[in-house]
Design a protein around this ligand. Structure first.
Ligand code: GLA
Length: 377
């Protein structure tokens, strides 16, 4: 059998644009310098063997036994299996393979370990079969695997951020039509401090899908007043015009979505002007809105972000990913992580009697293959 080839796909941090992707809005993620590594080779005996250094159990399954309706039954292995199935549908290639994963991303913490798992699988399949699918297609294989098999009604952001990440840039992705643009992000001007609340969550076990349902109900109500293509396309005047017809949780979710769109625009403006204070303000406002209007924060995430914001070294801070636990991020002045960590740790320990975990990330490159001479392919 041939030697395995090694592939990498990054995790992501979304700077701003919380819960906008499945509402057709803009998001602004960066790929980070951590992710999932996949060692992969094709097999000729029709077996798929999946292993992970971080998760168990592994899975051995014959290609002929794989049914789409059973993909979701395999815990973490559902993600690569779902991608394998989607790839077969798309290209007709359905041979067996060995796939061994290892990750340096915290799992289930809001940094898109699932998307990195999916995109690394898609990249491996594409390279081993020589199918040369564009990066957008690799992202879509992961997105469909997650929504059709794993059952999370997420948007396209995480897989696109992983597949299209580019060093030195944030990705401005318009989720209404999957068009995108890379906006320069100077890694020397800011570092991303990840502050892990230590409360893990699998999104499938949270109210994530409830939020998706509340947003689509808000959209249904608003359409009766005015036809627009998605919830993120409405504005404050539309919401006012709907009056009492839009009330309770649905109104709160819609208010968040409509205002968050403006925050993405202002964050992009800040990035283009090299004014990170503007970007930081958008992060802070985004956090407050996900806490008060979208109701996906937690006391731990509020203490982490609140403590970070007290410091001059911090441009801004917000929860990352979907919320419900997991991590918050602080955008900080380069070289200031020790000061920020000490302050946040003290505040967090005073309140919860334990310490949070910190990780300093940098924006990183997109997916790639490692080739024997050490240069990216
Ligand atoms: C999760 C989902 C994404 C997105 C974010 C919230 O990470 O996977 O698609 O909806 O939450 O912005």
């Amino acid at each position: 059998m041939e030697d395995p080839r090694v592939f990498f796909a990054p995790g992501r941090v979304n700077l701003v644009g919380a819960h906008l992707d499945y509402n057709g809005g803009p998001v602004l993620p960066i790929a980070v310098d951590r992710g999932v590594y996949a060692a992969a080779r094709l097999r000729t005996d029709g077996q798929i063997r999946l292993r992970s250094l971080d998760r168990s159990p592994g899975l051995d399954i014959a290609v002929g036994e794989l049914e789409p309706s059973r993909v979701a039954a395999h815990d973490w292995a559902s993600y690569p299996l779902g991608v394998w199935w989607q790839f077969k549908q798309k290209t007709g290639h359905g041979s067996g393979m060995d796939l061994m994963f290892g990750s340096d991303l915290p799992i289930a913490s809001g940094l898109s370990s699932s998307a990195a798992l999916e995109v690394s699988t898609a990249l491996a399949l594409d390279a081993l079969h020589g199918s040369s699918l564009p990066a957008v297609e690799l992202a879509m294989l992961g997105f469909r695997a997650e929504t059709e098999y794993v059952g999370l009604q997420c948007g396209i952001m995480d897989q696109f951020a992983s597949a299209l990440g580019r060093e030195g840039y944030a990705l401005l992705l318009n989720c209404a039509d999957a068009t995108y643009e890379h906006v320069p992000f100077d890694a020397r001007a800011a570092e991303v401090l990840v502050m892990d609340s230590g409360v893990p969550r699998r999104l499938g076990d949270t109210s994530f899908n409830d939020r998706v349902a509340e947003c689509s109900e808000a959209y249904r109500v608003l359409r009766a007043f005015r036809e627009r293509p998605c919830l993120a396309a409405y504005d404050a005047a539309d919401l006012a015009a709907a009056g009492e017809a839009l009330h309770g949780a649905c109104r709160m979710r819609a208010e968040h979505v409509v205002r968050e769109v403006g925050r993405v625009a202002s964050a992009v403006d800040g990035l283009r002007r090299g004014d990170l204070a503007i970007l930081g303000r958008s992060l802070n406002e985004s956090h407050d809105s996900t806490r008060d209007l979208f109701e996906v924060s937690s006391p731990e995430l509020d203490v982490l972000t609140g403590a970070a914001r007290e410091l001059d070294e911090v441009y801004g801070a917000r929860l990352t990913g979907a919320g419900f636990g997991g991590c918050a991020i602080a955008l900080i002045h380069p070289g200031s992580s020790a000061v920020v960590e000490a302050h946040v740790e003290q505040k967090f320990e005073d309140r919860f009697g334990r310490r949070p975990h910190f990780d300093l990330l940098r924006e990183g490159h997109g997916p790639m293959e490692f080739v024997p001479n050490g240069e990216p392919a």
